[in-house]
Design a protein. Structure first.
Length: 155
């Protein structure tokens, strides 16, 4: 594949997206540092919160696959999060061999304290958009998420 010219309105969007990604990564790092977390711990909490919002049951194996961690790495991660009171492991009532994961309310409260004002501002900003504009933003971000997921699967 040849080199793509780095000009035009499309690249302005690419550069803006890169700047947003960098800024969010820095904010996530600040949140992790303030709360004694490793950046992977924050990614794990986000995965678990998103899964809970989607109604998806989560297991250590599922989480490890999401984060591309081996079993030992996943166990160490969950041990840290459990020790900090941010995640709990419970036995599945229907299959006692299976362990389910849940985010503790303490983790949600920490996240809301740090990220809540920015999320509120984002929601407020989106209220100035027409429904059609919101649909375009959602379509764009959905497409970006798909491209990133495909790239992650390709290794």
């Amino acid at each position: 594949m040849g080199r793509v010219a780095n000009a035009g309105p499309e690249f302005t969007v690419v550069h803006q997206l890169r700047a947003v990604t960098m800024g969010l990564d820095l904010l996530g790092g600040e949140f992790a540092q303030r709360n004694g977390l490793h950046p992977t711990d924050l990614r794990a909490l986000i995965c678990l919160l998103d899964a809970a919002r989607a109604g998806t049951e989560t297991t250590p194996g599922w989480l490890g696959a999401q984060l591309k961690l081996n079993s030992a790495g996943t166990t160490a991660l969950l041990d840290r999060l459990e020790r900090l009171g941010l995640v709990r492991r419970t036995r599945d009532d229907t299959d006692r061999r299976r362990v389910l994961l849940a985010v503790e309310e303490r983790a949600v409260a920490l996240g809301e304290m740090f990220f809540g004002p920015m999320i509120g501002a984002l929601v407020g900003m989106m209220r100035d958009f027409t429904p059609d504009e919101v649909a375009v933003v959602r379509r764009f971000l959905g497409g970006v998420a798909e491209l990133v997921a495909e790239r992650l699967q390709d290794g």
